[in-house]
Write a protein that binds this ligand. Structure first.
Ligand SMILES: *[C@@H]1O[C@H](CO)[C@@H](O)[C@H](O)[C@H]1NC(C)=O
Ligand SMILES: *[C@@H]1O[C@H](CO)[C@@H](O)[C@H](O)[C@H]1NC(C)=O
Ligand SMILES: *[C@@H]1O[C@H](CO)[C@@H](O)[C@H](O)[C@H]1NC(C)=O
Ligand SMILES: *[C@@H]1O[C@H](CO)[C@@H](O)[C@H](O)[C@H]1NC(C)=O
Ligand SMILES: *[C@@H]1O[C@H](CO)[C@@H](O)[C@H](O)[C@H]1NC(C)=O
Ligand SMILES: CC(=O)N[C@H]1CO[C@H](CO)[C@@H](O)[C@@H]1O
Length: 670
């Protein structure tokens, strides 16, 4: 069996006799048979010094043992995990981040995804200045390129954009004058590490300034050394580019967040103050809130007989399992999940003779409402509404229902933002001392550019509709928003390093919703926590003036890797210039002592006190600025900060403070 491996090394020497193909920009698919017994000397000078090769396990093992090779990692496959959002985030043309950053007109955002759809009106270059001189890239056309699109990070204003009649308004990206350089890293089989690393290399060589990566592994690697995204991203950071990555959509269980290395900005997904309402009315007059983007013929006032898929052979409405003599002409209740897609169930119900569907959340997704472009009249309701509707069906002789499609509804109710149930959560699996995710951003029901190659439901065969915009959910939607904001910030403050941009986005994030309450976690309907929303929801205009930033440079990251006992060979994998590793001289007393803009504290057994030191830099407009400390004490922990006051007297001055966390829990089992 041959697999593709990614090898990283300063100079990689492949011994003669090994059947190997080395490809840097174009990787080989598994199954390709190339045998070229050669000796190869390779030095790549871009973001990572490495290559992808097609090797047997024995060859990979042999290569790993070679002294010039730092590591050989299996090429992992990853899976793919806007109109109102600028207003919701407070971006406007008169003041704030947009005009201050000149709409990021010289920024080039690299989007590593399934590719983009350049014919979209969002990507028209009308009204742009000539390309920045820093751009060195060119266009490449691949097989069936482009496959799908993403216009959330950048994208110019398109008047009256929308999907069918939903979400009409001016559609714009976060950094509207920024340019997108698209690198296709995802193919039919998924997204390969080797393609991603090659794309990062190429993006840097092309002069791309800000990179958005919306692909995530399903499960986090157990160590940063085995995590090609973490490796690639630290290379990117060493070239001044901030990588923002999605936390993943494997929530709501703890420890599910991916892309959790401290140099990555890890983004979770939340709702905005817009819903696509499609409410259920039962025969007994009760009403339940639902969400749908169905755009076909409405049900009007026609009341349909209602059955539960669970009583008709298939709770999840799986193909071939619904008994058509029980569902024909009826509205069918189907549970979300069961390894079948939300819109795929439309087709199953339709094939079995059903005419409409109520999709019901289970505990896994709780009260989170995702609007899909359904192909039959259908709506999604939360778990609690679903339970009540099922009770109704089993308790009356002739249950009936209808769906009222209300279109786009914006406003204060329900409160926003709320954290999506699917958004992956901390604590951090690799280093629990680093709080993850870092921030949340709009990721539910976002209007974004969409491919003309498949219909808006994403289902190739059955959906013949073709649209230019689509409404999508997932952290791959929230991530480009944040990348766009990072681009705007960098355009405003070109001297800020990636960690400063990240710090500004984190320390100015807000943590109360638009009804002034703590965020709701849609998985539970209860209050969310820092392991769910990190520092909070990004606030672009506030990020413009953070006052203080927590700076981190590559030396600090090396010290961090030393503190988690990585050897110099392991650490070299992450570095542009591997000659600088001295863990004896450059180490942290704990990984939590990295100068991170947030805290996550681990009380190891027997210890009740943890002390960290942080250094903050004055980037505010005031030279003489005095900062006082305020502590919102968490449960069971005392927090003391010293000094209680930081008195700055110069621009870019750095001052430090100590912070001590003391566990006040008396019984460790309570
Ligand atoms: C389908 O339902 C009918 C009653 O409506 C029943 O007679 C038949 O046995 C069911 N078929 C299966 C395969 O369960
Ligand atoms: C928000 O939650 C914190 C605890 O996490 C609590 O102290 C605070 O009172 C809450 N605020 C509101 C407005 O409910
Ligand atoms: C660095 O510090 C950590 C403790 O934080 C320790 O475990 C490790 O051995 C140190 N490394 C070196 C090379 O001193
Ligand atoms: C900060 O503390 C000083 C006293 O040390 C006080 O004079 C000042 O008003 C405080 N500032 C704020 C914003 O609370
Ligand atoms: C800050 O420092 C300056 C000069 O060192 C001093 O004059 C001023 O009183 C200090 N402010 C506070 C609030 O301590
Ligand atoms: C990390 C980062 O933000 N990188 C770049 C984003 O774009 C601006 C464009 O001016 C660059 O200056 C930054 O280096």
């Amino acid at each position: 069996m041959f697999h593709t491996f990614v090898a990283v090394g300063a100079i990689v020497i492949i011994p003669t006799g090994m059947s190997t193909i080395v490809s840097h920009k174009s990787r080989l698919r598994p199954g390709a048979k190339h045998r070229r017994p050669i000796a190869l000397f390779l030095k790549l000078t871009l973001s990572s010094t490495g290559f992808a090769a097609h090797l047997s396990a024995a060859q990979a093992f042999e290569l790993q043992r070679h002294p010039a090779v730092l590591t050989v990692v299996l090429d992992k496959v990853h899976h793919l995990h806007t109109t109102r959002t600028p207003q919701f985030m407070g971006l406007e043309q008169r003041s704030g981040l947009w005009p201050k950053s000149h709409y990021a007109s010289n920024v080039i955002i690299g989007v590593l995804d399934t590719g983009i759809w350049p014919e979209l009106p969002s990507f028209s270059d009308e009204g742009y200045d000539p390309l920045p001189v820093t751009w060195k890239g060119s266009c490449e056309v691949g097989p069936h390129f482009p496959a799908t699109s993403s216009s959330t990070a950048a994208g110019s204003v398109v008047p009256n954009a929308g999907l069918f009649d939903y979400a009409r308004g001016e559609a714009m990206g976060m950094a509207i004058k920024a340019r997108i350089a698209a690198y296709k890293i995802c193919w039919t089989l998924g997204c390969y590490d080797s393609d991603m690393l090659a794309a990062i290399d190429q993006a840097i060589a092309d002069g791309v300034h800000n990179i958005s990566l919306s692909v995530g592994v399903k499960k986090s690697a157990s160590s940063y050394v085995n995590d090609n995204i973490a490796i690639g991203d630290l290379h990117v950071a060493q070239r001044g580019v901030l990588m923002s990555c999605s936390a993943g959509k494997s929530g709501p269980n703890p420890f599910t967040a991916v892309n959790i290395a401290p140099w990555i900005l890890t983004v979770g997904a939340s709702t905005i103050d817009r819903e696509f309402s499609a409410d259920i009315e039962l025969g007994d007059g009760r009403k339940f809130r639902g969400a749908s983007l169905y755009a076909g013929e409405a049900l009007d006032d026609s009341v349909l007989k209602l059955v539960n898929g669970a009583d008709c052979g298939s709770r999840f409405c799986i193909a071939g399992e619904l008994n058509s003599s029980k569902v024909t002409g009826k509205m069918v209740i189907c549970d979300r999940g069961g390894a079948s897609g939300r819109v795929a169930k439309d087709e199953v119900v339709k094939q079995a003779g059903g005419v409409a569907m109520i999709l019901t959340n289970t505990a896994e997704s709780g009260e989170e409402l995702i609007a899909d472009s359904h192909i039959i009249p259908a709506t999604l309701v939360g778990q609690s509404a679903g339970d009540q509707i099922k009770d109704y069906v089993s308790s009356v002789p002739n249950p009936t229902a209808t769906i009222k499609f209300k279109g786009t509804v914006t406003g204060p109710s329900p409160s926003a933002p709320r954290v999506a149930a699917f958004s992956s959560r901390g604590p951090n699996r690799v280093t629990p001392e680093i709080l993850k995710p870092d921030v949340i951003g709009p990721g539910v029901n976002i209007l974004a550019g969409w491919t003309g190659a498949v219909g808006s439901s994403g289902l190739k065969k059955i959906d013949q509709r073709r649209v230019e915009f689509n409404v999508m959910s997932g952290t791959s939607m929230s991530c480009p928003h944040i990348s766009g904001l990072a681009a705007l910030l960098r355009n405003t403050y070109p001297s800020w390093c990636p960690a400063a941009v990240k710090s500004a986005l984190m320390t100015t994030a807000y943590y109360l919703d638009n009804s002034k309450k703590n965020f709701t976690d849609l998985a539970t309907g209860k209050q969310s926590s820092e392991f769910v929303h990190g520092s909070g929801h990004v606030d672009p205009n506030k990020a413009l003036n953070p006052g203080l930033v927590y700076d981190i440079d590559v030396r600090d990251y090396i010290a961090f890797l030393c503190s988690i006992r990585y050897g110099s060979k392991d650490i070299a994998i992450f570095l542009k210039d591997p000659a600088t590793i001295d863990c004896g001289a450059n180490n942290l007393s704990s990984p939590g002592n990295l100068n991170y803009p947030s805290f996550s504290v681990v009380f190891e057994s027997g210890k009740t006190m943890v002390k960290y030191t942080r250094v903050v830099k004055n980037v505010g407009a005031l030279i003489n600025a005095v900062y006082n400390v305020t502590v919102n004490k968490p449960l069971n922990v005392d927090v003391s900060v010293s000094p209680r006051k930081l008195n700055f007297s110069a621009k870019k001055q750095k001052l430090s403070y100590d912070i001590i966390f003391t566990s006040t829990k008396t019984d460790q089992f309570d």
